[in-house]
Design a protein around this ligand. Structure first.
Ligand SMILES: Cc1ncc(COP(=O)(O)O)c(C=O)c1O
Length: 368
């Protein structure tokens, strides 16, 4: 049997480099609670993204929950988002006491269809949480305009975008705030990890308190916070991986381009359109099988039989998950494009060490 190719493989520094980075922790015995690695990593990230503030979190999900809470939006309000994303986006909205309203996506880059947002705005709407899916940047200019017109907050789920730029600017700088995920499966990882990025100074203290049980100082609890601190070991992994992010993206680009060469111009196979002005991080390789000789599910099974693990990402739609199907916690609208794409899309394995030979093997299974 041929070796297994997983949909992704976490990028890690050399063992030696990581050990060197964590060595001083054996001297200080300071393992978490905003130690030296945490401080260093935060500063390096702010510089890398050219964003005024970054608050580190233990994962992207809690980062999203915290920033939604910190916005001080009218409780029970409606938040416009899409059902074509990782389930975390919707969970974060519901778990913080808001009602997701699902807007459809566009079939170019699978981000929120900005022409359909205004119709969904009601008196109860308080915010928009768009998602830069697969690292495809939403139409931020149009979203800005709508948000301004209706006085809505915009929090971007930028979980997929680390290392990218749009018109030379990191997605950390868009909307009222953006969150990154540094999960092991992302282009850039801190094992588990996440961050909130923003420019308004007022959020610095709140978000730092919220991730540490609400402690302002040892005798003063200002918020009913949780525990979402990034540990020193996570931060150390981030410091190491940040040194190699440019090469990481460069290597992924080669894999991405080879896939494109093999799968372009084939009847029934639709690749994601490249976006203008975007420097991509090549985190995903989504393919839509639309009237191809095999259906998406058949391709998925054929690959699996040959030990190639692709992912039906994102299927099913969030609105079809058991916990939301009949729930009053969400406001459902028809999202035909999202449904269509979700039933046909497959993300193929992509990571920096994926060899050209392996891409050939994957494409042969799909094409033959
Ligand atoms: C779009 C999206 N939002 C949020 C998250 C949550 O991030 P994390 O896994 O770091 O909690 C993820 C990641 O896995 C994601 O893909």
């Amino acid at each position: 049997m041929k070796k297994t190719i997983n949909v992704t493989q976490s990028s890690i520094p050399t063992y030696k480099e990581y050990c060197k980075e964590i060595k001083e922790l054996w001297k200080t015995h300071w393992l978490t609670n905003m130690g030296v690695k945490h401080k260093q990593f935060q500063k390096e990230l702010e510089k890398f993204c050219k964003v005024p503030h970054i608050v580190l979190y233990t994962n992207g999900h809690l980062a999203l929950e915290s920033i939604i809470t910190a916005m001080n939006l009218k409780k029970g309000g409606e938040i416009i988002t899409t059902p074509f994303t990782f389930v975390s986006t919707t969970h974060a909205i519901v778990r913080t006491g808001f009602k997701p309203v699902f807007c459809d996506i566009n079939d170019n880059d699978y981000t929120i269809d900005v022409t359909k947002i205004e119709k969904l705005i009601t008196k109860k709407t308080v915010a928009i949480v768009p998602v830069h899916v697969y690292g495809n940047i939403c139409n931020i200019e149009e979203i800005n305009k709508i948000a301004k017109k209706y006085k809505l907050k915009v929090i971007y789920d930028a979980a997929h975008t680390f290392g990218e730029t749009y018109k030379g600017i990191s997605p950390a700088n868009f909307g009222d705030a953006s969150i990154f995920s540094f999960h092991a499966t992302k282009v850039f990882n801190t094992i588990e990890g996440g961050a909130i990025c923003f420019s308004d100074d007022k959020f610095v203290q709140i978000l730092n308190d919220m991730k540490n049980f609400g402690f302002r100082d040892s005798e003063n609890v200002a918020y009913i916070g949780g525990n979402a601190k990034m540990s020193e070991f996570q931060a150390a992994m981030g410091i190491c991986n940040l040194r190699h992010i440019k090469q990481e993206i460069q290597k992924r680009k080669k894999v991405f381009e080879y896939y494109k060469k093999k799968l372009s111009d084939i009847k029934g196979i639709k690749l994601c359109n490249e976006q203008k002005n975007v420097k991509h991080n090549y985190g995903y390789f989504p393919v839509v099988f639309d009237n191809y000789k095999y259906r998406r599910d058949e391709i998925f099974e054929k690959l699996k039989k040959q030990n190639v693990i692709a992912r039906k990402y994102f299927y099913p739609l969030i609105s079809d998950f058991e916990c939301y199907k009949n729930a009053s916690t969400i406001k459902k609208h028809k999202t035909p494009v999202a449904k269509y794409i979700s039933e046909r899309i497959l993300t193929l394995p992509i990571y920096s060490n994926l060899s050209i030979k392996d891409v050939d093997r994957i494409c042969d299974i799909i094409l033959k």
